[in-house]
Design a protein around this ligand. Structure first.
Ligand code: HGY
Ligand code: MN
Ligand code: MN
Length: 441
């Protein structure tokens, strides 16, 4: 790191002399930077926990692997002098004190849980990037007026317990704690039971903490930044989402001896609904997506027509009208498809958030940090959902993105470069510092 507060000027005669971020410049273009090797080493160390089968990770929420990752993260935070708080959803808050005890903290975080065939960087880059910011401030002996809280949100992925961003949704007051506790994984285990089992049930009321601001650093999980050859995504918005869980009821019957005209075929209804979802999303281009990632057949036997089929339709758009129009169309068309086949159909919205506009002041700080550091950058709308989407409901929030190879994510082959990882963390350092307010002396 190179840093020096040459010509530090106080912004006002407050108790602690405050220093402008751009005074912390060793020389133009040589602004403060994080330790890229240390960040990368930490990413690789965390990636050893909950390994996948193809080079990525399977560290699903509240599994033993998640517990192991949490302990490693806590060890590193202890070494960095942070104090831990855990809330009743298991989210970890690791605090670096500020000089002003009355100043609300700046929260910086993401998630350590992964998809079953997840990559090494989705979420993890944001948590360990935030830790690297703190490690760098410690190295430089920099104090801030506002505390900084490195945050590991529980159950961001929603892979094991739907919906995604569950803990941050409870924190934002959008999802009731009891509903969250009752969410079941495919084996019927509940979130509440599993949180107890791995020993990460905290004592803090969820959402009791108040934030001065929230930053989240994340891989793009899409192809735009790499294709445009930009190092930094200045995230202005995040697209909205519906997760519609359909339960189709057919009649279990022999796949061989049951005549075609006697079948109540829930599997056929499902396939027609999948086709329709694709058509609806394509009819709302540009700026709409729709698909299905998870299906449960029951009894799921090769020679039995399914009696029950459960699947979740995932539709998203940055445009509120498109998003709601897609939902209405899909639910109406699915009912018609099922009626024509004599299949029962029920649907439950198990996940939702409207399109999000991030805080313009914080977005501006991200952009000016990228400019100050000499990194190429562009505005971008997040295609994936993030805890920042719920944090934005209770505090000024924004995100920073780095490219990922081929735009690939939620795949064990997810990949980024060390340079990309470091550049985004440098921007995070500057944007967080500007918001947490450096204090001299
Ligand atoms: O679903 C999402 O967008 C996020 O990856 N949980
Ligand atoms: Mn993520
Ligand atoms: Mn993800």
């Amino acid at each position: 790191m190179t840093a020096g507060n040459k010509g530090a000027r106080s912004l006002h005669g407050s108790r602690d002399k405050q220093v402008r971020i751009d005074d912390m410049v060793a020389a133009p273009g040589e602004n403060m930077r994080i330790n890229g090797d240390r960040l990368w080493d930490s990413l690789m160390e965390m990636a050893k926990i909950g390994p996948g089968v193809a080079g990525g990770n399977n560290r699903q929420t509240l599994t033993d692997a998640d517990g192991e990752g949490r302990h490693l993260f806590k060890k590193w935070c202890d070494e960095a002098g942070l104090t831990m708080g855990v809330d009743k959803m298991g989210t970890m808050f690791m605090t670096r004190p500020g000089t002003d005890p009355d100043a609300l903290p700046v929260y910086v975080g993401s998630h350590l849980d992964t998809q079953p065939t997840g990559g090494k960087y989705d979420g993890v880059l944001g948590v360990l990037g935030a830790l690297e910011v703190v490690r760098t401030l410690n190295d430089l002996g920099i104090k801030t007026k506002h505390p900084i809280v490195v945050t590991n949100w529980a159950n961001e992925e929603g892979a094991r317990f739907a919906p995604a961003m569950l803990a941050s949704g409870v924190f934002a007051g959008v999802i009731p704690l009891d509903y969250a506790y009752g969410r079941k994984d495919p084996e019927g285990k509940t979130y509440g039971e599993e949180l107890q089992r791995i020993g990460w049930l905290g004592d803090e009321e969820v959402g009791a903490r108040k934030m001065h601001a929230y930053f989240e650093y994340h891989i793009e999980q899409g192809p735009i930044l790499e294709a445009e050859d930009k190092q930094i995504g200045v995230v202005t918005h995040c697209q909205g989402l519906w997760w519609l869980e359909f339960t189709l009821t057919g009649r279990e019957a022999h796949t061989g001896s049951t005549p075609m005209n006697m079948r109540v075929n829930a599997g056929l209804a499902m396939s027609r609904i999948f086709e329709m979802v694709q058509d609806v999303a394509m009819s709302e281009q540009p700026g709409a997506v729709g698909g299905v990632g998870q299906v449960f057949f029951s009894p799921n036997s090769r020679n039995v027509l399914p009696g029950k089929v459960v699947f979740t339709v995932d539709i998203r758009s940055p445009n509120q009208e498109k998003l709601d129009r897609m939902r209405a169309k899909i639910e109406a068309e699915a009912a018609k498809i099922c009626e024509a086949l004599g299949v029962g159909c029920s649907v439950e919205a198990v996940g939702h958030f409207d399109p999000v506009t991030f805080d313009p002041t914080l977005v501006g700080r991200v952009r000016s940090a990228a400019e100050r550091l000499g990194y190429s950058h562009m505005n971008i709308i997040s295609g994936a959902g993030h805890d920042a989407c719920w944090a934005a409901k209770v505090a000024p929030a924004t995100m920073i993105m780095c490219p990922c190879v081929g735009g690939l994510s939620h795949n064990e082959a997810e990949d980024i470069s060390k340079e990309w990882a470091s550049a985004g963390a440098d921007v995070l350092l500057h944007a967080v510092l500007e918001t947490a307010e450096i204090v001299e002396g």
